[in-house]
Design a protein around this ligand. Sequence first.
Ligand code: FE
Length: 249
Amino acid sequence: MAERNVTATVRAVETAEGAGARVKRAIPNELGVLDPFVLLDEFYVNPPAGFPEHPHRGFEIVTYVLEGAFGHRDSLGTDQMVSAGGLQKISAGRGIWHSEMPGGTGLSHGLQLWVNLARQDKGLAPDYQSLRADEVPERAGQGVQTRVIVGPGSPVILHTPVLYLDVTLQPNTPWREQVPAEFAGFVYVLAGSGTFGADGASGHAGELLALGAGEDISATSEGQQALRFVLVAGEPHREPIRLRGPYVD
Ligand code: FE
């Protein structure tokens, strides 16, 4: 089956967000959005910084905690803290208010992904779901550790078909994963460096690599450090995306 290659490499841009928080924004970028993905931020939040009360509508949010803990309170009455390795999913649907604040006294570090909703789903009732680290399925292979954030075995329910993996490769380890041919997607590198795709494109921490058409995607870690990246792919809606601040209409 055809192997995907890397069609573009984009460095995430550091920017201020919320109240005193810093994010490295990988989407949107100079290529625009990556249907069905509207936003990807790698966030770094130290108390008292955070994201006080604000609204969302029209899309779904997956917040994956890499370090520390991250709290969420919303207009549904949810009040939940998630520690490293866990995640929160919010279906904003027709509208929700929430705050997102670090837990504890140290750094909260993670990834926040916005997945568009199909036009027919934008009026759905809002919904919240959280998973502890031990509820995220893990697969271990030779020098490879894979956590399934969204996809086969994960209890996370999104209204768009999505595959979202957190992959760690020990040095000089090859990796290959099948991605449904109808999905569009990318790799975002969290740590280390390696080569990706049929043409062996280089990827380093803080870079997003957009994937071309095909099925399988491959990677090999390089250097002395482990390579950690997320693979995120999903079925595009092929509908106009209007991103206006916290809303996707
Ligand atoms: Fe938010």
